[in-house]
Design a protein. Structure first.
Length: 616
């Protein structure tokens, strides 16, 4: 009788596991702009390699799909080939014995449906319709197109002022983005193929902490053109447009509804994340270009308002850059009870220096985004005895940055996941007494890959509380612009990708009022694009230059090395005040982190990218 043995991984199994990890890292580092047909073929080959080979749909069918896709890529396919691809994939989804065959064929069908024009272009022209306009992944994924490898290299050599100048060429809010940007640039960093992405935001923080934005001179302005541009909104989008227009020689006049500039940077982000004095550094540098500002001014039809028609008459162009400053309702029963407040209202009062007093109060925040986390962590700092977060999905489905969620929980907040708010209970005086929620069970995956919650067969749950903060999104106050003839659809202004408003020459719009609530860097990018197109509309073609010399590439080996992450103050300490929670890197850490950059701007196609002089 043979004896049983404990199964342990052998060398070959361990090698395969390591190859799987390597494959995962390569997928994470996939840059934007890849040929969709080629990408689908690669995934199809991977799926074919995973099949057991027992059933014909997988063994034969996936192989036939590979052959058909290869015909599309090598220029031998016809339009009939597309019909055959679709028919074959449908047959596989209907007859495959396991998920491998079904999902592989389903992926081909989804690709054929979503990228059909690319398949047709291959067939008709024998090449891909995609062209790599920006081959450096981090730069391609930065909405403002900042020269990220360039300023990382400058930080590595401790040339902090030069780094700020280079950032400012494409983004006049270097401090804001160093402290609160969601850093989409890190998502496809090629360093992921070796270990993990470079801490790009942390290195930008190193630059602005050692060379404050208001101490680094702005570029010289072009000669005056005599043109005047009105900008409605003094947030990051409006001020970015104003900055670039002034550098081009046009005079920008900003009309801001609030008493201070900054928009949601001032009135929507708590001080512990972004101290107001740091915001003022960026604004001071922008205003040094000569931007004219009028605060406490509303664009509208009121007695003391300025109508849009007047701006059109008095200025050569108008840029609408109003932010998302109105709150949205959940629509649940009891939402009008005393003690139910919106996230916009709460954060605005904090920004105005008149924060609410939550001492001893029990607070529940409804929502799962970054704004909800800002409200949660602010409530703790405002003296709340208990703070909970009611969210209808799971924690890993939350749209907030993971570090924001983890930070809130570390500071003492309780997460009520899979709890859908349905009713606010009020006492006999009309004050909030509790929030009722319906437990959910996670259900089918939606079109965007998120699991959709559905009502569970469980009784509703009562969460006692004194304050309910609704943080489910913001809206745009666009009624006046609609009344003035500006096209508005579903609450947002209709504007083309070039920021021009449909059928109204000289009127431009961008940022939250066009896209809906988005990130700061997207508002900045919209302002930058608008400035360029306003310049073209006025008959000019100015170029913003930056004469900073980028350090040469270090040809030393790039060995695997761990990522330096930002440190924060201890949770028990930081939750007691609104002082900044994040600490900057040390010079040693910054030098090591900058050295991890692979300088994709120098190698491969990156070496052929356009010069750094132009911002468009």
């Amino acid at each position: 009788m043979s004896r049983l043995k404990i199964s342990t991984p052998d060398r070959a199994q361990l090698t395969v596991e390591r190859l799987y990890k390597d494959l995962e890292r390569h997928i994470v580092a996939s840059p934007p702009g890849l040929c969709p047909v080629d990408l689908q073929l690669s995934f199809l080959k991977l799926c074919h390699a995973q099949t057991c080979g027992k059933c014909v749909p997988c063994r034969i069918g996936l192989g036939q799909l590979q052959n058909l896709l290869e015909q599309v890529l090598d220029g031998t396919a016809t339009m009939d080939t597309l019909a055959l691809i679709e028919e074959t994939a449908n047959n596989i989804t209907d007859s495959a014995d396991c998920a491998i065959g079904f999902e592989a064929a389903h992926m081909v069908l989804a690709g054929l449906q979503g990228c059909r024009d690319d398949f047709i272009y291959h067939i008709e022209h024998g090449k891909c319709s995609y062209s790599i306009t920006q081959p450096v992944p981090c730069v391609a994924l930065c909405p403002a197109g900042v020269d990220i490898p360039g300023y990382i290299a400058l930080v590595g050599e401790e040339r902090y002022a030069d780094a700020v100048s280079l950032i400012r060429k494409d983004n006049p809010f270097p401090t804001a983005c160093a402290l609160i940007c969601e850093h989409p640039c890190e998502a496809r960093c090629r360093r992921n193929m070796i270990d993990s992405s470079v801490n790009i935001r942390g290195l930008k923080r190193m630059a602005v902490d050692n060379a404050r934005a208001n101490t680094v001179p702005v570029p010289p302005k072009a000669p005056s053109t005599g043109k005047r541009i009105a900008i409605a909104g003094g947030g990051p989008g409006g001020l970015s447009a104003a900055y670039y227009l002034e550098l081009m020689g046009h005079h920008a006049v900003v009309f801001e509804q609030k008493s201070k500039l900054g928009g949601m940077l001032r009135y929507g982000i708590p001080n512990y994340r972004f101290p107001r004095e740091r915001l003022d550094e960026d604004i001071e540098a922008i205003l040094s270009t000569g931007v004219e500002v009028h605060t406490n001014v509303n664009i509208g039809n009121g007695e003391n308002d300025i109508p849009l028609s007047r701006l059109r008459e008095e200025f050569d162009a108008v840029y609408i850059a109003i932010g998302a400053h109105t709150d949205k309702k959940v629509g649940m029963e009891g939402e009008d009870a005393h003690g139910v407040i919106s996230a916009v209202e709460m954060l605005r009062s904090i920004g105005d220096g008149n924060p609410p007093d939550f001492t001893g109060k029990r607070v529940v925040v409804v929502g799962g985004g970054n704004v909800a986390m800002d409200c949660t962590r602010s409530a703790l700092r405002l003296g709340a005895s208990k703070v909970g977060i009611a969210y209808r999905r799971r924690q890993n489905d939350m749209t907030a940055l993971p570090e924001e969620v983890e930070g809130a929980i570390a500071e003492g907040a309780e997460l009520y996941s899979l709890k859908a708010p349905v009713r606010v209970e009020a006492d006999e005086k009309g004050n909030v007494a509790a929030l009722w929620v319906e437990p959910q069970i996670i259900g089918p995956i939606d079109a965007w890959g998120r699991a959709r919650p559905v009502k569970a067969n469980v009784e509703p749950k009562r969460i006692p509380c004194d304050i309910v903060i609704v943080a489910v999104g913001q809206g745009i106050e666009s009624r006046h612009f609609e009344d003035s003839g500006v096209p508005v659809k579903r609450g947002t202004i209709e504007a083309l990708e070039e920021s021009t408003v449909k059928d109204i020459p000289g009127i431009f719009a961008g940022g939250d009022c066009v896209t809906g609530p988005a990130t700061v860097i997207r508002a900045i990018a919209a302002g930058k694009v608008a400035a360029a197109n306003i310049d073209e509309y006025l008959g000019y073609h100015h170029v913003i230059a930056c004469d900073v010399d980028i350090p040469q590439v270090n040809y030393g080996d790039k060995k695997a090395c761990g990522r330096v992450n930002m440190e924060e103050r201890e949770a028990d300490e930081r939750k007691q005040d609104f002082c900044e929670i994040e600490r900057c890197m040390t010079r040693e850490e910054a030098a090591q982190e900058a050295g991890r950059c692979l300088r994709c701007d120098h190698y491969g196609y990156g070496n052929l990218k356009g010069g750094r002089a132009a911002i468009w």
